[in-house]
Design a binder for this molecule. Structure first.
Ligand code: CU
Length: 144
């Protein structure tokens, strides 16, 4: 009886253990600004941690609320804040990259609806090495 119980516990815990090991990229601190009018662009932010041994990069994103999701960065040039599109956001092995106002950020264009505080936005993040990772982004009034 003891053996059977042990086997059962082992079998049940197996998928979870395998899963945890596979997750080199961890997404946290997800939040987005409210989108007050449908069709207006929205900004989203999160922290990307790379717990793996290889550098990786975010190469594209998609969302059910937007046909065009872009990666942008803000840079200060001659005292003026400029926004430009970037092709990828790198996350070095054992390091992290934070998307935040004034730096890297995600922009969702041609949004399907308006999104207020408490709503959630789904994002699919495509990494060069780690593949696709799903994230749920909460709409907040301001940066947490
Ligand atoms: Cu932008």
């Amino acid at each position: 009886m003891k053996n059977i119980l042990f086997s059962l516990i082992f079998l049940i815990s197996l998928p979870f253990a395998a899963n945890a090991e596979d997750e080199d990229i961890v997404i946290s601190k997800e939040w987005a600004r409210p989108i007050l009018i449908a069709g207006r662009p929205g900004g989203a932010y999160f922290l990307i941690e790379n717990k793996g041994n290889e550098d990786d990069k975010l190469i594209s994103l998609s969302s059910s609320i937007s046909p065009r999701v872009e990666m942008h960065e803000h840079t200060m040039k001659d005292g003026v804040m400029k926004m430009s599109k970037v092709e990828a956001i790198e996350v070095s092995a054992g390091g992290s990259t934070e998307l935040k106002p004034g730096g890297y950020h995600i922009m969702l264009f041609d949004t399907a609806n308006k999104y207020g505080v408490g709503d959630e936005i789904d994002l699919k993040l495509n990494f060069e090495k780690s593949g696709t990772i799903d994230a749920t982004v909460k709409v907040l009034a301001k940066q947490p």
